[in-house]
Write a protein that binds this ligand. Structure first.
Ligand code: ZN
Length: 782
């Protein structure tokens, strides 16, 4: 009797404690003072962190941890959300994931499937939800708190099913620094004519929007933390990457992605995101959501945006239409504009049902986002066994021994610093790189390794990731119904050996060499050696430039000092450094990063931003730059900025591809072949043949224009596209014949100084190590 009473009392206490625990779960408004989605309200990063800390304390379904520090020193964080029983066994689930990802760990081949079946029975679907990599897309980091709150507090059976069957890794922002950059600007301009504008600085210190192009070169600390401490630890089967797109297209994009899919993405991944994306879209349409598109705009061509596609997990990108940061907008139906693959004014298999226009606000955005996220979680929970089965099947195919005639692997000539960088990238991506032991030379298939070679085999879990990075890309020549080239979503090449100047040879099973096709830089010179005494200056446009950000990152990471000059300084005029003259501004060189010529000249339009930010360089800035050159300075222009130099300084040069329609000439981010004049000091440390990263790039021809400011004889061509060979090495190029024999890098002397015009990006996204010597030699010029 007594025992029964005690038991009853305990049960009563237990149920009471559950009830109190649930009433104590803080809502986002308890910390923020508003509910995420309210108009004109943004949370700071410290508020987001505080909210998740409070959830962690209050809920046994949430654990919260700091994984490291961001570029600007903020905490980089993740919440792990699941049932209390699952959270108590996280290490067990990691072990299950580890073995299913790499079936070699399951022991002898004959018993692997049986062991895997048991692990699949026990395992959970691992879902990684990433928010806020693009900080002006504010809906997702705000939604992260709504998603976490519902998961932590709800008693709905549907939520219980999700908690029991999945482990959710929730990253409230992949770019915490940007949360405050955007909030500070938004709050500052709230109620002014500039409310809802994008901040006039990159929302990631170095990379801006390009922070989502770093998933195969891993340069940034936020990418490294996500890969090292989340992906490689948990191997999620599903990654839900929540973004926003422009205001005028569909209300929501969901996968499948439009063509092309990069050929190394496993078929099972394509099936997975197609099934999941189509199901989510169908469910949302049933619930009355409008303006949903699939199979449009966003392709699956590159590992730069999709780490998980090469690591056993589907990436479900969602792109919800934007408002003006947190301020509502009103759109007319007629204002909606077509994007690649659909017209938002017409129903089609890729777009339906119509959204008729009207008000569009932050709460619409968070509603689309949270609805999509919970549908995704529902699918992950309901189909738990299928997701794990698919994941195992991908791992099993990856580690299968290669048959005769199949690609066996790649040999990497590991003889320079760039090769070390390439190998460290592969290893960070989970790729095993075999190092021959000292002593007798390693022999495979009767062939000896050179001492410096490293081997990457294909029969390993992430062999496809290595293959995607090491081989040449042949981007398909895609045309729409009218024969017009279909624009890729981003660039078309990612061949790291070409970009980095590392010799890599594919080897087939049975293992043998294939002949070397292409000579590249053997040795990277001592980059920046001359720069310690020669402080270069970087032009900083009021309109943020990602190329400028990457340039700062390269210089900062190499600890090379530099100055920064804005429109104001250049309009006032800059004096070339002369040690004896005792002047305060001491630059020999000014570098103008890649930006459209018009943006450089005009900047923000008058009235579009506060007056101190508008006007660009203007005629006064052009004069300041001209005076700098004529008195002995060096001006360096990168890629599109070279058009500015040609126009504003009336150089005897013509951009032969200017204004050509895409069908005649198109190079949307590809690796081309150039030949250098190796006698020129700028080519110091380079071999004759190298690469050029071309992307909306000018191509130069020397003219005899009598109105030019200097004669044609002042132009020295340092690099040109070969006259007798296809310039394309990797990616997509239309109209290659037009640029054969034309110049890609020139020097023009003017007064006592000179201009260096790059018709490509020599330090592209900190990846094109092959052409770093050209870049640094230019910076070190006097
Ligand atoms: Zn985005």
């Amino acid at each position: 009797m007594r025992i029964r009473i005690v038991t009853l009392l305990l049960l009563l206490l237990a149920s009471l404690s559950v009830a109190t625990a649930q009433t104590k779960i803080p809502a986002p408004a308890d910390v923020l003072g508003f509910t995420p989605g309210e108009d004109r309200k943004l949370a700071s990063w410290s508020q987001v962190v505080e909210y998740f800390q409070r959830l962690d304390q209050a809920s046994d379904r949430v654990t919260f941890q700091t994984l490291g520090q961001t570029t600007m020193g903020q905490p980089f964080v993740m919440a792990t959300i699941s049932s209390p029983a699952n959270l108590a066994r996280l290490e067990d689930f990691k072990k299950i994931q580890d073995q299913l990802a790499d079936p070699r760990k399951l022991g002898p081949l004959a018993t692997r499937d049986r062991k895997a079946a048991e692990l699949i029975r026990q395992g959970k679907t691992i879902v990684l939800i990433t928010c806020g990599i693009h900080s002006t897309e504010v809906g997702s980091y705000l939604s992260s708190m709504l998603i976490a709150h519902r998961l932590a507090s709800s008693t709905e059976p549907a939520i219980q099913k999700i908690l029991d069957n999945t482990i959710i890794l929730l990253v409230p922002s992949l770019n915490p620094d940007g949360v405050d950059i955007v909030k500070n600007w938004y709050d500052k301009t709230l109620g002014t004519p500039f409310e809802g504008t994008d901040p006039p600085e990159l929302y990631h210190k170095y990379t801006g929007h390009d922070n989502n192009r770093d998933w195969y070169s891993f340069t940034q600390v936020e990418t490294q933390l996500t890969v090292d401490k989340i992906h490689n630890v948990w191997h999620p089967q599903i990654v839900h990457d929540i973004h926003q797109q422009g205001a005028f297209g569909s209300r929501l994009f969901l996968p499948p992605y439009m063509a092309p899919v990069e050929p190394n993405v496993p078929k099972a991944i394509v099936q997975g995101y197609t099934e999941l994306g189509n199901w989510m879209a169908a469910q949302m349409r049933t619930q009355g959501f409008q303006g949903i598109t699939t199979d449009s705009t966003y392709d699956a061509w590159t590992p730069a945006r999709a780490y998980s596609h090469y690591h056993g997990g589907v990436r479900v990108l969602s792109e919800t239409a934007s408002a003006r940061i947190a301020s509502p907008i009103t759109l007319k139906f007629e204002e909606l504009r077509s994007r690649e693959g659909y017209d938002p004014q017409k129903e089609s298999p890729q777009f339906r049902p119509l959204w008729r226009g009207g008000e569009w606000k932050l709460s619409d955005i968070t509603k689309y986002m949270t609805t999509a996220a919970f549908l995704l979680l529902d699918h992950a929970a309901t189909n738990r066994a299928q997701w794990l089965q698919r994941f195992y099947a991908i791992g099993k195919e990856a580690v299968r021994p290669r048959r005769p005639g199949e690609l066996y692997g790649f040999l990497i000539e590991a003889s320079n610093e760039s090769a070390a960088t390439l190998i460290s990238i592969l290893e960070r991506g989970g790729v095993e790189v075999t190092t021959p032991k000292a002593g007798p030379k390693l022999k495979i298939g009767g062939l000896e390794f050179p001492d410096t070679a490293r081997l990457v085999r294909m029969d390993q879990p992430y062999g496809a990731f290595a293959k995607a990075l090491l081989e040449v890309q042949h981007y398909p020549n895609l045309r729409d119904a009218t024969g017009h080239p279909i624009a890729p979503y981003d660039v078309t090449a990612h061949t790291l050996p070409l970009l980095m100047g590392v010799k890599v040879r594919p080897v087939k099973a049975p293992f043998r060499y294939s002949p070397e096709r292409f000579q590249l830089t053997e040795k990277v010179i001592d980059l920046g050696a001359g720069l310690q005494q020669n402080l270069p200056a970087l032009y900083h446009s009021a309109v943020p430039s990602q190329d400028e950000g990457w340039t700062r990152w390269i210089l900062d990471s190499k600890k090379i000092p530099y100055g920064v000059l804005g429109d104001k300084e250049l309009r006032a005029g800059i004096t070339v450094y002369k040690p004896s003259a005792g002047v305060t501004v001491k630059y020999y060189t000014i570098l103008v990063p890649d930006q459209p010529a018009r943006t450089l000249l005009e900047g923000y339009r008058a009235g579009s931003m506060p007056p101190e930010l508008t006007g660009g360089l203007g005629p006064q800035g052009v004069k300041g730059l001209r005076d700098f050159v004529e008195t002995g300075g060096t001006l360096i222009f990168l890629n599109r900025a070279s058009n500015f130099a040609i126009e504003q300084f009336k150089l005897p040069l013509r951009n032969v591809v200017a204004g050509l329609p895409r069908s005649d000439f198109y190079v949307p981010g590809s690796i081309l072949r150039i030949k250098l004049d190796t006698t020129h000091p700028l080519a110091n440390g380079m071999q004759e043949v190298t690469i050029a990263w071309a992307e909306d790039s000018p191509v130069f021809e020397v003219t005899n224009d009598p109105n030019a400011s200097v004669p044609a004889s002042n132009v020295h061509v340092i690099a040109s596209y070969p006259a007798d060979k296809d310039p394309l090495l990797s990616g997509w190029l239309l109209g290659g014949d037009l640029i054969k024999g034309k110049a890609a890098l020139v020097e023009v002397t003017m007064g006592k100084g000179r201009l260096i015009l790059f018709g490509f990006r020599p330090q592209y996204r900190a990846q094109s190590l092959a052409t770093y010597p050209l870049f640094f030699n230019a910076l070190a010029s006097k």
